[in-house]
Design a protein around this ligand. Sequence first.
Ligand SMILES: [Zn+2]
Ligand SMILES: [Zn+2]
Length: 237
Amino acid sequence: MPNAVPARPAKVPISPPRVSSQSSGRKSATPPRFSVEAERRDSPEPIPSEVASPPKSGLCTVYLPGETLHKFMRIAAVNTERKVETCGLLLGRKTRNTYTVQSLLIPRQTSDENSCTMTNEELVFEFQENRGLLTLGWIHTHPTQSCFMSSLDLHTHSAFQAMLPEAFAIVCAPKSNPSFGIFRLTDPPGLQVIMSCNDQRTFHPHPDKPIYTDADSGHVRMMPELPLEIADLRNEF
Ligand SMILES: [Zn+2]
Ligand SMILES: [Zn+2]
């Protein structure tokens, strides 16, 4: 290996999340250029009070519309058939002690069998700024592989979780059983291990520690009645 240290990892699928809609001087005067599948209903927050208390982990609860997986897999179907990945961002808002996913945003992207790289990120920033939406999680397919977090996924996710401890990653692996998982890095040690890992290879091993864990038995809760808005930036222009 040469001594020069390139920016890592070589393939970064998705940028670190933007956790504030006010944190940038980026101009937002241009009209939105995304298409939105209008499926929002009248009540934005149908959350039963009995499940609204914070979980023991110290993390705020994140409510995820129950139809998220089904809708994403439908959007990803063409790519999945071609055996290439698809990625999306799960955006939402914070209300009191809870986060609620409201939008599934499909960024422009390039992908292959084992990775997915977001492009034209300015369109994502614009979408989020116009609506004041936070990045709460991300979702991607493993068309041919099992349901797990690859080392590339772990590095991608560490940036999200470093910005927002509640951030979660959904992996959809339709050829596998289980066919999906909702994950987060353990903290400690997973987040620290990944953030301090300097391995430059796109895929590489990590120490034999509990690096990541299920989030859906923790702070992420599926809520069947929650609406989900879909925006697909790939359809523009
Ligand atoms: Zn992956
Ligand atoms: Zn690493």
